[in-house]
Design a protein around this ligand. Structure first.
Ligand code: AMP
Ligand code: MG
Length: 411
């Protein structure tokens, strides 16, 4: 089959390419999972406080619930002794506090009606009576209803990745099940006759397939369900068949390699043969200018460059945008950081340099390129926690210049 001409491609601005991906992405579906399965999932509802927390005034200490008015004159020299009316454990409620008496109370127990202070066990002498040496302030040692969270407060936004703290909040409000986004099912293929799977024997001229495993990990980290489809040989027929098959069971397909203008780069022809609409096939960015995204029947096809750095950036930018759109999430945070070294290369197009952001001893946020800046470079990926975004049409940058950094991992 004759190749569709890919030689002339008009580059699209990165921001525009991102918008096209957003527009082609539908809304994520949601499902309900038990609370104990929800960690790491993306919350598909705003978490609103459905009751006050605490839900009742309660004691933060073990001690005695008292009326402060009964202890107005209590002091070390003239202690006041109160009989203990009863003992109240957490989870139990009892009679109102009578004047001139005290109720032994445990941490977490509801403050009995009539009491307005708690004296700590450590500060009294107690048996069936309690001897107090100090006048408590009114309201002393009471955790008040609603002081943590008041009914109706929006506690966690939809789109938040559920972590152990969010789990605690969900349980606090009694959720035994949670609405979360369905993980998009994404199949990942590597392409290229030179590729060998890790663990296999590698002959001269061959390389290990690293991109597919990197993409699988990136997708998992973004909250998706990734399936590995294997290495596709550089032939049109096998590539088309594998992608057509995977489309039956995937929300999106990511391929790496074969999307450029080489003699064996068959992805553009495959998209064409599948009747896919190409959103763009060239982006004004480095690395990864050949990145192609197409869509067919509500499914997205991400054709990423085979160059490892370009592939990494392409996954982060475009597959990342797809998933954030599905989940209704905000874009990655962008911060300004001081460039730690000169970056003399001119930037005819937007450049995404793999970077490592740190905060130095003076509190200044500094970013260094995390390795060599070439699209085929793998070594810069491991320590990369940000993409330094140098706008197109700029000359080189110098040490000390303020640059925009898209934070993609923990600092
Ligand atoms: P391509 O985009 O297919 O022209 O590949 C560009 C470069 O990336 C070539 O040097 C390939 O050998 C390399 N490459 C392609 N796929 C992978 C992969 N899965 N893992 C590592 N390197 C790759
Ligand atoms: Mg190739």
């Amino acid at each position: 089959m004759e190749k569709v001409s890919t030689l002339f491609r008009k580059p699209l601005a990165v921001d525009e390419a991102v918008i096209r991906v957003q527009e082609a992405t539908g809304k994520g579906r949601t499902e309900t999972v038990p609370l104990y399965r929800a960690n790491g999932r993306i919350l598909a509802m705003d978490l609103i406080a459905t009751h006050d927390v605490p839900a009742f005034n309660k004691s933060p200490y073990d001690g005695f619930a008292v009326r402060s008015a009964d202890l107005l004159r209590a002091s070390r020299d003239e202690p006041v002794t109160l009989p203990v009316q009863y003992v109240q454990g957490a989870g139990h409620v009892g009679e109102p506090l009578r004047e001139g008496q005290a109720i032994r109370i445990m941490t977490g127990a509801k403050i009995p009606a009539g009491a307005d202070a708690v004296v700590m066990l450590e500060l009294v002498q107690a048996d069936e009576r309690v001897v107090t040496f100090k006048r408590p302030a009114r309201d002393a040692n009471i955790s008040y209803r609603g002081e943590d969270m008041a009914t109706g407060t929006n506690i966690v936004d939809r789109g938040t990745r559920i972590n152990p703290g969010v789990i605690a909040l969900l349980a606090t409000f009694g959720y035994e099940q949670v609405d979360v986004y369905v993980k998009p099912h994404i199949t990942v293929f590597a392409t290229g006759d030179e590729l060998v799977e890790p663990g296999q024997k590698k002959a001269d001229g061959q390389i290990y397939n690293s991109n597919a495993y990197m993409i699988l990990a990136q997708i998992e980290a973004l909250g998706g369900a990734a399936t590995y489809g294997g290495i596709l040989p550089d032939t049109f027929a096998s590539t088309k068949q594998a992608i057509a098959e995977a489309l039956q069971t995937s929300d999106a397909i990511v391929t790496t390699g074969g999307v450029s203008v080489g003699d064996f780069d068959y992805l553009p022809d495959v998209y064409d043969a599948l009747g896919a609409t190409v959103l763009f096939n060239k982006v004004g960015m480095r690395p990864g200018s050949v990145t192609t995204v197409a869509h067919v029947e509500n499914r997205l096809l991400f054709g990423l460059s085979g160059n490892p750095s370009a592939c990494f950036v392409g996954t982060e930018l475009f597959v990342g945008t797809y998933m954030k759109t599905l989940f209704g999430q905000a874009e990655r945070p962008v911060i300004l950081a001081e460039l730690g070294v000169d970056f003399p290369k001119p930037n005819p197009f937007d450049r995404f340099v793999r970077g490592h952001v740190t905060i130095d001893a003076t509190g200044q946020t500094v970013v260094h390129p995390s390795g060599k800046d070439k699209s085929g470079i793998v070594s810069s990926l491991a320590t990369c926690n940000a993409l330094i975004h140098l706008p197109g049409g700029t000359r080189g940058f110098q040490k000390g210049d303020s640059v925009r950094c898209r934070i993609i991992d923990q600092l």
